[in-house]
Design a protein around this ligand. Sequence first.
Ligand code: ATP
Ligand code: MG
Length: 414
Amino acid sequence: MQNLIWRKIFLAFQLFPGNLRLIEWIFIIFFLLSIGFSVGFIICRIVYNKRSPPDEKSGDTGLQKQAANESERKYKMLFDNNPMPMWVLSLENYRIIDVNNAALRHYGYSKEEFMLLDTRKMRPAEEERRFLEDMRLRIQGVSNRGLWRHRKKGGELIQTEISVFDFSSDGKPVRLVLSNDITEQFKTADKLKRSYDEIRGLASHLQDVREEERAWIAREIHDELGQQLTSLKMDLSWLSRKMNPQDEFISERIANSLSLLDDTIKTIRRIATELRPGILDDLGLVPAIEWQAEEFQKRFSIPTHFSSDLDQANFPAGVSIGLFRICQESLTNIARHAFASKISIALNQEAENILLSIEDNGKGFQSEKSGNQKTLGLLGMKERALMMGGKFQIESRQGKGTSVFVTVPYNIIG
Ligand SMILES: Nc1ncnc2c1ncn2[C@@H]1O[C@H](COP(=O)(O)OP(=O)(O)OP(=O)(O)O)[C@@H](O)[C@H]1O
Ligand SMILES: [Mg+2]
C-alpha cells in the first residue's frame, strides 16, 4: 500500500509540462518571490528615507545630534562665561537675542534689561547714523568695526573697540558683537598726546625766545658796538692826521690799530649777521635765502643754485625765520657730511603749499638709520616744520645725494 502512494507521488512529479519536474518549479517560484521581495524592500526604503526627517534616518544621526547638542552647550558656556563683553543681535530688527555675563557686569544691566535695550540708543546720538550704516555692512568672518562710544546703565560713556561676526541662526541673519573697553588706554593716549603737545608748545616758545634774543643781540652788536667802533676808528684817523708824521713808530702803531679796528668791525658784522641776518627782516625770505646761497658758495666753493617763483611773497616772521633756519641747517649738514659738488635750493608754490627744497649730489646716507642716532639737526628741522603747520621730509640714497623737502600751507602767506 505504502509503495503505491510513493509511486503516485513519483508519477505526479513526472506529470508536469515541459521537461521540468515539480521540485524544480517550486525552486524557481521561491527564487522569483525572493527577488520580488528584495526589490520591493529597497523601493520602500528609498521612499521612506525621502519622507523621513534627517534625524530619524538611522541610529548614527541620533549620535550626531547628541554630539551637536554637546558642542552647542559648550559654545553657550564659552559665550556666557567669556570675560569679554559680547552679545548677539538680530540684523533684522536690531534687537538683542542673547548677552553674556561679562556684558551684563560691564554695562550694569540685568539680563532682562539688556535684552530689551534698543541698540541704536545705547550710543551718543551723533553715532546713531554711523551705527545704522554699519549694520548694513556685511563682511565675511570676524571684522574689526573700529571705535565706538557706548553708554552704560548709569549714563557713563565708555570708549570701546568693536569686533563683529555675522552668521545665521534659524535662517535669520544675526551678529555676534564683541566689545573691548579701551577707555583707559584712550585716556592715557590722550594724556600722552596732551603732554607731548605741551612739550612741543614749550619748545616752540623757547625757539621764539631764542630767535628774539638772537635778533636783539645782533641789533645791539651791529648798531651799538658797530657804531662805537666806527667812532673809535674816526677818532684814531683824526689822531693819526694830527700826529707828527716824522714819528714813525707812533704812526705805525696807529696804522696797526686802525687795521685791527677794521677787522674787528668786520668780525662783529659777521657775528651779527650770523645771529640774525638783517636782510631777512629788511628784504624778506627770498632775498635772504638767495644771499645765504651766495655766502655758502663763497665760503665752501661748492656751486649753489637758488631759484624761486615767489618774489613778492610776504611771509609771516615765524615762517620766514623757520624756513631760513631749516635752509641754514641743511647747508651746514651738506658742508659737514655730504662732500657734494653741486647744490640746488628752490622755493616755490606747489598746489596748496609752499615748497622749500635743498638738494645735494653728495654721498648720501641711509635715512632710516639717522632716526636712531642722537643727533638733533634733522629733529630740529622737523620740529620747526611742524611748528609752522607744515611737513618735513628727507630722502637720501648712498652715493646719490640727499634732498630735504619742507612744505608749509600756502594760506599762511599774507
Ligand atoms: N646732506 C647730507 N649728506 C650726507 N649725510 C647727511 C646729510 N644730512 C645729514 N646727514 C647724516 O644725518 C646725520 C644726522 O644729521 P643731523 O643734522 O641730525 O646731525 P649732525 O649734523 O650729525 O649733528 P648736529 O646735531 O650738530 O646737527 C648726520 O650725522 C649725517 O650722517
Ligand atoms: Mg646737523
